[in-house]
Write a protein that binds this ligand. Structure first.
Ligand code: NDP
Length: 249
């Protein structure tokens, strides 16, 4: 059956758009209170109002820049200080730089590693004990189809996502018997703002919607038997994808 989230509190990072916003909507629809994390405060406030009005759940907007080292730890301390007990965590915030590695801006690469990996680990570590104690929450870490394939022009991104996949599958094993459901989610091409941040124009091919990706994740969590799931187009698409965006220099 489907997981009942009523009375739970789930933290969703990257909730200001795309897959994260879709996760927040689905969790709230299933009765979970949610903590919305991203940089764009106005987007978080708008979504918070929508979810309170539509589902009557408690929503906390938590504007935060996850490219800063220690940001995840500060969030956990802040929520604990406000008496918010956390049952679930969706580590979805992420972005990819797009270009030949030898031309990448080193500071951007550090930001990428902080958002996609370092703060994901910090947030998971900060919340894993309450998640296990809760016995009915979820931990979803958003990897990517890029984790499974060679990804020229996205070397650091693909490596970050391979980290997320491996890390999360290990935690799936460690969490057996606790009631905590753990999932590594690898979306294929999904229609979000993700590619707006790429130089070289928008990809024109077919995408899944964020709602389809979230439905795949929730179905897998409801069944509760697999450590990871891929959504959407096959991996082969990701091999050719970076070439579509390659910067001309
Ligand atoms: P979006 O760009 O629409 O969403 C990314 C989210 O991450 C936004 O809410 C953004 O919020 C947040 N974010 C980015 N940087 C930071 C930061 N420094 N601090 C806090 N929050 C941040 O893209 P998607 O919804 O597609 O991306 C969600 C996840 O899905 C990512 O991990 C991505 O790697 C992954 N993914 C996406 C695929 C796709 O085809 N779209 C394919 C495979 C994986 P804000 O800007 O307000 O901070």
């Amino acid at each position: 059956g489907s997981i009942d989230f009523s009375g739970q509190t789930t933290v969703v990072t990257g909730a200001s758009s795309g897959i994260g916003a879709a996760f927040a909507r689905e969790l709230a629809r299933r009765g979970s209170d949610v903590v919305l994390v991203a940089r764009r405060r106005d987007r978080l406030e708008d979504l918070a109002s929508e979810l309170r009005a539509r589902h009557g759940v408690r929503v906390t907007a938590a504007p935060l820049d996850l490219s800063e080292p220690g940001a995840g730890r500060r969030l956990a301390a802040d929520l604990a200080g406000r008496g918010i007990r956390v049952d679930g965590l969706v580590n979805n915030a992420g972005f990819g730089t797009n270009g030949a590695f030898h031309q990448e801006d080193p500071d951007r690469l550090t930001d990428e590693i902080n958002v996609d990996v370092a703060n994901l680990v910090d947030l998971t570590r900060a919340f894993i004990e309450p998640l296990r104690d809760s016995g009915r929450g979820v931990l979803v870490n958003v990897a990517s189809a890029a984790a499974y394939t060679p990804s020229p022009d996205m070397a650091v991104y693909a490596a970050c996502k391979a980290f997320v996949l491996s890390f999360t599958e290990a935690l799936w094993y460690e969490s057996r018997g606790t009631g905590l459901r753990v999932l590594s989610l690898a979306p294929g091409l999904t229609r979000t703002e993700f590619f707006d941040r790429f130089e070289g124009g928008a990809y024109q091919g077919s995408y899944e919607t964020p709602e389809q990706v979230v439905a795949t994740a929730m179905r897998t969590l409801d069944r509760g038997r697999r450590p990871s799931v891929q959504s959407g187009r096959r991996n082969a698409v990701m091999v050719s994808l970076p070439r579509l965006f390659t910067r001309r220099r």
